[in-house]
Structures are given as C-alpha cells and as structure tokens.
Write a protein that binds this ligand. Structure first.
Ligand code: EPZ
Length: 429
C-alpha cells in the first residue's frame, strides 16, 4: 500500500469531547492471558489498532481462533498447541513476548523468537528471564529463538525485580498463576494496565493480590481451575493524555470520556502547573487554558510517576511555553528522537544525555516531519495543529499501531487533519 501521510492545517484549536479507546498496553496482554483460559474468552473495549491485529495473528499461529466484532474480541485457546511464536511477528511487535509467561504457565514450555530492539531503546528482556528462572524455567537460545523448559515443573518463588519492568511483571504474573505454591513479586510495576491484567486473571480463577502496588502475591492454582472469562479493557490513559495535551496546547477545552482520572494524576498535576484548568469526574477529564503556557520540569518514572509515553507530548507543550523547561527521560535510553523533528518546526531544544533543555518559542512553523515512534508521531500531529502553516507527518504507521482513528478523533475536536497518500499530497503541492 502506498505510504500514507497526515496533512494538518495549522493555526487551529481543539475543543469538544472525545471517547477514549481501550488501553493498547492492556489489551495486548489480556489477549495473551486468554491462553491460560483454555477456551473462549471475551475481551471488550479492545481498540481497533494494528498492534492488536499482530497479537491476534500471534495467537492464531499458536492454534487459537480470534474473532473480532467491533471492539469485542473472542479468543478461543482450546486448540492451542504451543507451536512457536514466529520471528516475523515478534520483530513487528515486541509486545509479542507477552505470550511467554502464559505459554509457560499452561504448557511448561515455550518457543518464542527473541524480540529485537526498537527506536526507543534496546528493550532487553533480562528481567523477564531472571524472574522466570526463579520459578524453575530453564532457557536456551536456538537460532534466534528463546526455548523455555521447566524440567522440574513451575514452582512459586520470591522474585525481586531490579527495575519495575511492566513486561517482566506481566510475564511473571501470567506464569505464576499456574505455578506450584506462592510467588511474591517485589518491586513489581504498578501501572493501571497491570491491575487490569490481574483482574482478568482473577476472573479466570487465579489468586492474585496486591496488583497495582510494588508487592504482588500469587497463590498458584492447578491449570484445570483456570477458565475462560469475559473482561472489559480499561481506558487508554496515554491516548487520553495525548488529547488533553491538545487541549492544553491550543486552549481547548477538551474533554476525554471513558478514563479513570486517577490513572493520570501526575500528568494532570503538570498540566495545572503549566497554567491549565483541569476538571475531573468519575470517568472523564476536561483540560482548557486561558493563561499563557508556563514552563515546567519533568522526570519520567515508572507509575505512579510521570509516564514516559507522554514525554514527547509534554516536550511539545514545553516548546511552546513562556520559559525554559528541563525534561529528563529515566525509563528508556533513547527516547528524544522526537526533539529533532520538533526542531525542524522551530523548537529550541538542547539534548544533554538523558536531559532535554527546552526553551519555549512563540509559534512553531509547519513542516514535513517524520514519526520516530507512535507517541512522537501523535505529538507531531498536535504540533501541526498549533503551528503556523501546513504540516505533513510521515511514517504514520507508527501512529496507527496505538491510536484508533487518530485523525478522525482530532477532526471531531475541530482539527483540520486528513490522511492522504504521499504521492497525491506531493502532486497537490
Ligand atoms: C511497556 O513497555 C509499554 N509497552 C511501553 O509503551 C511503556 O513505555 C513501558 O511499558 C513503560 O511504561 C507495552 O505495554 C506494550 P518495561 P515494556 O519493561 O514492558 C528496560 C508505548 O508507547 N528493561 O517497563 O517494554 C527497558 O529496556 C510503549 O505504548 C530491561 O532492561 O517496558 C526499558 O528501558 C512504548 N530489561 C525499561 O526497562 C527487561 O527485562 C522499561 O521497560 C525489561 C525492561
């Protein structure tokens, strides 16, 4: 298919209400967890994004059937034979590694292609492996594939994570639910998506407590006690935060519906500190701004700290603020590529190791820019809405991985954005 781009006309504002889709970073793992149900699980509020299609294909290659009806997936894993998770799918989406834990939980073995790195970092899995080895898993590498075996069975253990890795916590959780005995995960990740996964596992018959805190306890149950379930995915806090930044950037007010505001506490605190009015309800958040955008300092941290997945969006805000902001990226080793694209639009940013010094400028200028990862891509479209003139965002496949109908949702808030094939757009210049 010809390359598509997003064309944005600037000098615009975003205002109105948009419904948030289900969380990409939860739904992907809920689909993997369905392997433990050994039958047809129903997963609701699943976003229509390409990463979900890839994970669905991973499950099909393992022998599951995955049927979609709008935002509802039925994942029947009764016939899964645990053949192998192929390289071409794992290389497309690193989150495929999330089948490792449930495959080991169900079969005691797995063969998964080793994930590569990506734009934002090496994306290692050492903590996944060390934790699973503590549960009795033995690993070997066979021509780029990770072979997992449990010669003496899967037994609960006390695991202390070096770093509260989201993926490692999830894989350990999904293996531990079927291990013999108790598992304690110390320094576990606390993201809302972990809580969502734990809730689904409990609905399947697992015994998990403490999810959402750094100390999670699991009492293993026999596999025969785990059964399919019907689960609704939580709202996507990063999608919500992205639209709220659009409201903060252009004045808004923008309301996002279908999100628990407690998922975004620190990000909302930062928006208030930058001069925005923030209002919240049980499942909605509104952000507007009448005062000038003030600078702020940001440290990305594991939840409940400031989310790294909103770092690019807030760098954009800082680039338009009246003053100097310092943004420190503590989670990924290479997540400032967005800055170089934003500088092509006139931003004034200096990168020193994992710090970005952002000097606010009055107005950005529209330009041709390229998405370096999905959050940077989403932020570039927002930049185009506020900038002077036209912006054309390339490599928008990154955006389609994690945002359902991004251009359509922005247009419903008043943006002048449209998708076009790159050659049509260049011909029209
Ligand atoms: C999840 O990635 C999310 N992806 C990321 O969202 C998110 O940025 C990240 O968590 C942090 O919140 C999905 O859920 C699919 P980590 P994950 O394991 O699980 C290092 C987006 O934009 N590390 O918490 O890979 C790792 O390299 C994406 O939606 C190890 O060194 O994140 C990284 O620097 C981007 N060894 C840091 O820890 C390990 O074994 C955090 O990784 C595991 C991780």
């Amino acid at each position: 298919m010809a390359e598509e781009i997003i064309i944005v006309e600037g000098n615009n504002t975003l205002a109105g209400e948009v419904a948030v889709s289900g969380a990409k970073n939860s739904a992907l793992k809920l689909i993997a967890a369905a392997l433990l149900g050994q039958g047809p699980s129903v997963i609701r509020n699943v976003p229509l994004i390409s990463d979900i299609e890839i994970m669905s294909e991973v499950l099909r290659r393992l022998g599951a059937t995955v049927e979609r009806d709008g935002h509802v997936l039925t994942v029947d894993t009764a016939e899964v034979d645990n053949s192998e998770t192929p390289y071409e799918l794992v290389s497309k989406m690193r989150a495929s590694i999330s089948v490792l834990g449930p495959l080991i939980g169900r079969f005691g073995r797995a063969r998964v292609a080793m994930p590569g790195g990506c734009q934002i970092g090496a994306r290692k899995i050492d903590m996944h492996l060390v934790g699973l080895e503590a549960l009795g898993v033995e690993f070997s590498i066979d021509h780029g594939f990770l072979e997992a075996r449990t010669p003496h069975g899967l037994a609960g253990a006390h695991v202390v994570l070096d770093f509260p890795s989201v993926g490692a916590t999830e894989n350990l959780l999904m293996a531990a639910v079927a291990a013999e005995g108790r598992t304690v995960l110390e320094n576990a990740a606390c993201e809302p998506e972990i809580v969502d996964l734990a809730n689904m596992l409990v609905a399947m018959g697992a015994r998990v407590s403490g999810a959402g805190t750094s100390l999670v306890e699991v009492e293993g149950v026999p596999l025969s006690e785990l059964r399919p379930c019907d689960h609704t995915t939580v709202g996507d806090r990063i999608e919500a935060g992205t639209f709220l930044v659009g409201g903060a950037l252009t004045g808004g007010p923008v309301t996002v519906r279908g999100i628990d505001p407690s998922f975004l506490r620190v990000a909302l605190m930062k928006l208030s500190a930058m001069g925005c009015e923030v209002q919240t309800g049980p499942d909605w958040i509104t952000v507007g701004r009448e005062r000038p955008l003030a600078p702020t300092d940001i440290q990305t941290l594991p939840h409940p700290g400031f989310p790294t997945d909103l770092q690019a969006q807030f760098m954009l805000l800082a680039a338009c603020a009246e003053g100097v902001s310092v943004i420190t990226e503590n989670v990924f080793e290479n997540r400032f590529m967005f800055a170089s694209e934003l500088m092509r639009m006139g931003a004034d940013i200096t990168i020193e190791d994992h710090h970005a010094l952002v000097r606010g400028v009055g107005m950005l200028q529209g330009a041709d820019v390229s998405s370096t990862d999905l959050r940077a891509g989403a932020a570039l479209v927002l930049a185009g809405i506020a900038a002077e003139g036209q912006t054309r965002v390339h490599e928008i496949g990154h955006i389609d991985r994690g945002y359902e109908d991004y251009a359509g949702k922005l247009a419903s808030l008043g943006a002048n954005v449209r998708r076009a094939s790159a050659e049509d757009a260049s011909a029209a210049r």
